[in-house]
Design a protein around this ligand. Structure first.
Ligand SMILES: [Zn+2]
Length: 391
């Protein structure tokens, strides 16, 4: 089961609008892969409308169609031509709509393509929500993937009911951030670093044609976080190997892989290579986190009725957001800015770095492409030192 359905929807829309345009029931390679991941098939989209949909040329014989009693062959022929023309026009409009969606999101447009993996439907938002919004504001394409569906992440509800709720929450949050959302149908707390899951992650990175991949480090308190880190590391070279998952075209260039920040000390503390000031989008990040009710305001797996009573009620959104800003969720980006102030100076210059209040930080993983500072500056195009020089 796949929760986001954009390609499937578009395909069925085009199939309905252009019956016969696809000669096989589904385009080659469109069968669902492991973990519900569908392969990229944009290259299979036919460009011109199928000849069967072309309107009849003047003088061409039109086959027997809809006819009314009393019609002469000539009027019936004329009405059939008119109906064919209308059908063609409708198909063409649907096709143009379809094509424009593909163009915006999936064809190469010179913009960066970023994919962020979190273990649960809140991790990517918390770790990279501000930076993602900065990318999205510049027209770059960002996708957040929750590798599990979060179906045990609550003290009171569980299973499908919770998975549906968390999917709705994360979709609302990601809409606020301006990024695409996908949740994989893997049970919360049960993620394993299997070959099947390695293939799933590889296909997702390839399908997104990622320039940048972000994930947890493989050292973390939660097994799902750890295994997301392992799985993404395991894909870091395989995404370029054509005969691994040959059903999804390999990437010509290895992306830059980065870790999102954490506080764990062993085997070594998180060492950021790039720190991004997110002050200008912090309020919108708060708006996005506000959508994650089951976690933020109900306490998730470790919540309780008592905890819920300690939080302002759902009817008072402003009081809730004020509470959120003061909470650990709302203050962790301020803590990151203070913790990594030296790195902020490196990227923003002394003067500007002093004034940064909230930040997100990322560390380059050794297994993907190894960018130098200049390339990092291109991949994170938010920095301009006060003297106008790039770091
Ligand atoms: Zn998590």
């Amino acid at each position: 089961m796949l929760f986001n359905t954009t390609r499937e929807d578009r395909f069925s829309m085009l199939s309905r609008a252009m019956p016969g345009a696809f000669l096989s029931p589904s385009p080659p390679g469109f069968a669902g892969g492991e973990g519900g991941v569908r392969e990229d098939w944009s290259s299979h989209v036919p460009n011109p409308p199928h000849p069967a949909l072309s309107p009849a040329k003047p003088g061409e014989r039109v086959e027997e169609g809809i006819g009314l009693a009393g019609e002469t062959p000539n009027t019936r022929r004329a009405s059939n031509i008119a109906i064919s023309a209308l059908l063609f026009l409708a198909s063409l409009l649907a096709f143009i709509h379809f094509e424009s969606k593909v163009t915006a999101a999936e064809k190469h447009d010179g913009k960066l393509r970023i994919i962020v993996f979190g273990a649960h439907p809140d991790d990517a938002e918390l770790k990279a929500g501000g930076t993602a919004m900065l990318w999205a504001k510049l027209g770059h394409h960002v996708k957040f993937v929750s590798v599990t569906n979060g179906d045990i992440g609550h003290w009171q509800i569980k299973g499908e009911e919770l998975a549906k709720r968390r999917l709705a929450e994360v979709k609302a949050a990601d809409k606020q951030l301006g990024v695409e959302a996908e949740v994989l149908p893997i049970h919360d707390g049960e993620l394993e670093p299997t070959l099947e899951n390695r293939r799933t992650i590889t296909r997702l990175i390839r399908g997104w044609k990622a320039d940048i991949v972000i994930a947890h480090r493989p050292w973390d308190y939660h097994p799902d976080h750890r295994y997301v880190g392992v799985l993404v590391q395991d894909a870091a070279f395989m995404v370029t190997v054509p005969f691994f998952c040959p059903d999804t075209p390999a990437l010509a260039q290895n992306p830059v892989f980065l870790y999102s920040s954490d506080g764990f000390q062993k085997p070594y503390p998180f060492r950021p290579d790039v720190v991004v000031a997110i002050d200008e989008v912090l309020e919108r990040k708060i708006d996005a986190l506000h959508e994650l009710e089951s976690q933020i305001y109900e306490g998730g797996a470790n919540g309780s009725a008592e905890f819920v009573r300690s939080v302002p009620p759902a009817s008072d959104a402003e009081a809730r957001k004020a509470w959120l800003r003061r909470s650990d969720w709302g203050t962790r980006n301020a803590a990151e800015a203070n913790r990594f102030r030296d790195q902020l100076v490196r990227w923003y210059g002394e003067e500007r770095a002093k004034s940064v209040k909230h930040a997100e930080a990322f560390e380059v993983c050794e297994y993907g492409r190894r960018p130098n500072a200049e390339e990092l500056g291109r991949l994170f195009p938010f920095f301009e030192k006060k003297d106008g020089t790039k770091p």
